[in-house]
Design a binder for this molecule. Structure first.
Ligand code: AP5
Length: 222
């Protein structure tokens, strides 16, 4: 019999550690991470028509219009590598996105199995985002204070150069947090009402959070 797919949403405010956790979950559960933020940044860097449409929203830390993101996401989750499941990172971010996702999955006879909400207070998020540095080559995420690379400016994993995301400036972070509280946080109640929300404190160390997230996922599979 074919094993059921493991369709997860990794939810949380900007800087909660979604990307950090998702990369480790990919290794452990062998399902792809789908980061809508990464898709936006890659499209902008490639100069594609889609990239041109979304650039101003991403630079300002505002949300890209729902239909644009939904179209991209729906195309992505029907790819063969999503057959056993996927980890959505940064999607959905509004109730219309969540409704669109449910409808698209229903058409495939699938559903979201669990929403893992990593919660972190704003003051901590600001520290995490202003200190974040990312590898140009492999995308690994570091922090100047909390998970510093062994050699300043150089990735521990592949030796690539580290850079700071443009939207990690203080002004843009403030807008991203406002957007999260106004438009995205209502999804906590939305998924709680559907009995698939699992809240995890994101204030612990990365390994502690990872272990809690894995316990929840393993519980979903039994
Ligand atoms: P996106 O790329 O999704 O950004 P985000 O949600 O703001 O999330 P981040 O990537 O900034 O944070 P993260 O939670 O992944 O944290 P990380 O693991 O890196 O979106 C960017 C933009 O694209 C949006 O603003 C919007 O314009 C657009 N967009 C994307 N999706 C969209 C959608 N669905 N609809 C509309 N628009 C959309 O960790 C952060 C730092 O903290 C790192 O330095 C890390 O090393 C450190 N860290 C992680 N965990 C810990 C820990 N436990 N303790 C200490 N430090 C930690």
């Amino acid at each position: 019999m074919k094993a059921a797919s493991l369709n997860l949403v990794l939810f949380g405010p900007p800087g909660a550690g979604k990307g950090t956790q998702a990369k480790q979950l990919v290794e452990k559960y062998k399902i792809p991470q789908i980061s809508t933020g990464d898709i936006m940044r890659e499209s902008i860097a490639s100069g594609s028509e889609f990239g041109k449409k979304v650039q101003s929203f991403v630079s300002a830390g505002s949300l890209v219009p729902d239909q644009l993101v939904l179209d991209i996401l729906i195309d992505r989750i029907v790819k063969p590598d999503c057959e056993s499941g996927f980890i959505l990172d940064g999607f959905p971010r509004t109730i219309p996105q969540a409704d669109g996702l449910t409808a698209a999955l229903q058409k495939q006879g699938k559903k979201i199995n669990g929403v893992l909400a990593v919660m972190v207070p704003d003051e901590e998020l600001i520290k995490r985002l202003t200190g974040r540095r990312i590898c140009k080559k492999c995308g690994a995420s570091f922090h100047l204070e909390f998970s510093a690379p062994s050699k300043s400016g150089i990735c521990d994993h592949c030796g690539g150069e580290l850079f700071q995301r443009k939207d990690d400036s203080f002004e843009v972070i403030s807008n991203r947090l406002k957007v999260y509280h106004d438009q995205t946080s209502p999804l906590v109640e939305y998924y709680r009402g559907r009995n698939i929300l699992h809240e995890i404190s994101g204030k612990d160390k990365i390994e502690v959070i990872f272990s809690k997230v894995c316990d929840i996922i393993d519980g979903l599979r039994h």
